[in-house]
Ligand binder design. Structure first.
Ligand SMILES: [Zn+2]
Length: 156
């Protein structure tokens, strides 16, 4: 919750059922792309979730991922602090990661929920190279705001 609040620049106050179902305001009075995306999910007819427990989702085994069937972003704690290295020169291949940067909780939540999840909420595919690139671009909004290195795809 705290990491997501920081990422979108707005305080998240869930209701008694743990949900946010109305648009929330930014802390500094300025809107942002990530806040807009969060509010799109919050005000959607579907319920979008973040969980750290893979057994609470239909997600396949593996690391952090967005599960379209239950609108859930699964965040693997093993991915927090993991560092990505560029896999290919120029990072021109979709899904190639890097330059070397360390992932943090906010970046992973933004990638899965406000990247792939936002694709889901806007009727786009949540899998494949195009969705991955959009999720990385969303994640890079967060990295730039946090003064962190970006994943490379938007730079080449
Ligand atoms: Zn992804």
């Amino acid at each position: 919750m705290a990491a997501t609040s920081r990422a979108i620049g707005a305080k998240i106050k869930p209701d008694d059922s743990g949900c946010v179902s109305t648009a929330i305001e930014s802390s500094n009075g300025k809107g942002s792309e990530l806040l807009n995306r969060f509010n799109k999910l919050a005000t959607s007819a579907s319920t979008y979730r973040v969980t750290f427990n893979q057994s609470e989702t239909h997600c396949a085994d593996g690391g952090s991922q967005y599960c379209t069937s239950d609108h859930t972003a699964f965040v693997s704690s093993f991915d927090v602090g993991s560092s990505w290295d560029r896999k290919f020169p120029g990072c021109s291949v979709l899904g190639g990661l890097g330059p070397k940067m360390a992932e943090d909780l906010g970046g992973i939540i933004v990638h899965e929920l406000l990247g792939h999840g936002y694709d889901d909420a806007t009727g786009r595919s949540t899998t494949g190279g195009d969705s991955q690139q959009r999720a990385i671009m969303a994640e890079n909004i967060y990295h730039r705001g946090a003064g962190q290195k970006e994943r490379c795809e938007t730079r080449w």
